[in-house]
Unconditional design. Structure first.
Length: 277
């Protein structure tokens, strides 16, 4: 048997060491590339959040809404039996809250409404904050009747409890659905916005009517005191019985409970006085 050649053995050993070094280098290089890609993915995700997410409420923003509406509209046009609904919502009196109590209170109100809206929606629905006090909701495969029922749930679920905020906050809403009176996808947002504005105007008129009623009731209360002063001796005023009867108006307009329906009565041996408005 021939003896092994030391030069050949050395060459083989050198080649093996070179392969180990090269292989190790390639693994390190690959790990470095993977780490770099992970950083880039994280950065892209952060950029996407900046581009499409409202930082205050965590809801998607107007840019995302426009993109998502195009996708949902394409599905609705392809499958007419799956109507697409859009709801436009606007917070009433947010500016008053900001002006009187500061933007921190206004931000707290926005977060409250955004959270309650998300809780009221189905999986697959999209709620976006598209402006300072304006929100829009995309409802795929949602009939107009189902959309109206959702709006009722939103009005109830989003309404703050008494004392949550120092200003009365509510939502004005409008909705439109494809196929409803031949409404096209392009007309959805415009029609929903028009209906939201009508709802807001109706609320303002109702509020002014309530204020007028309050003024009339205040005048009635003044009449009560003047009448009492005429028929009841001042010494007997502490004995006057004041009775309040609640009504729907008192529930709608805070502070009117005492003024809405009032009965004043007084009796003694010489006097009997009953006045009811």
């Amino acid at each position: 048997m021939a003896a092994s050649n030391p030069d050949v053995a050395g060459m083989i050993k050198s080649k093996s060491e070179q392969t180990d070094i090269t292989g190790s280098f390639r693994v390190d290089e690959l790990l470095s590339e993977i780490s770099k890609l992970k950083r880039e993915v994280t950065e892209l995700r952060e950029l996407r959040e900046i581009a499409f997410i409202d930082s205050l409420t965590g809801l998607p923003n107007r840019r995302y809404f426009d993109q998502r509406l195009i996708e949902a509209a394409a599905v609705a046009e392809r499958y007419p039996e799956q109507p697409l609904s859009v709801v436009v919502l606007d917070m009433d009196h947010l500016k008053t809250l900001n002006d009187r109590y500061g933007h921190a209170e206004g931000d707290r109100a926005l977060v409250h409404f955004a959270t309650r809206m998300k809780e009221s929606l189905r999986e697959g629905d999209t709620c976006c904050r598209v402006g300072g006090d304006e929100f829009m909701i995309i409802l795929p495969n949602c009939s107009h009747q189902a959309c109206l029922e959702l709006m009722e749930r939103l009005a109830h679920h989003c309404r703050p409890e008494n004392g949550d905020f120092p200003v009365s906050l509510r939502l004005s809403m409008g909705a439109a659905t494809t196929g409803e009176g031949h409404v096209t996808v392009g007309e959805l947002c415009e029609l929903a916005d028009q209906r939201m504005y009508k709802d807001k105007v109706a609320r303002r008129m109702a509020h002014r009517s309530a204020q007028d009623t309050a003024a009339r009731l205040s005048a009635s209360v003044l009449d009560i005191f003047q009448t009492v002063a005429m028929y009841v001796p001042p010494v007997a005023w502490p004995q006057i019985k004041w009775e309040r009867v609640d009504s729907d108006l008192a529930q709608e307009v805070p502070g009117l409970a005492l003024l809405d329906r009032l009965r004043v009565s007084f009796r003694d041996r010489k006097h009997e006085f009953i006045w009811e408005k």
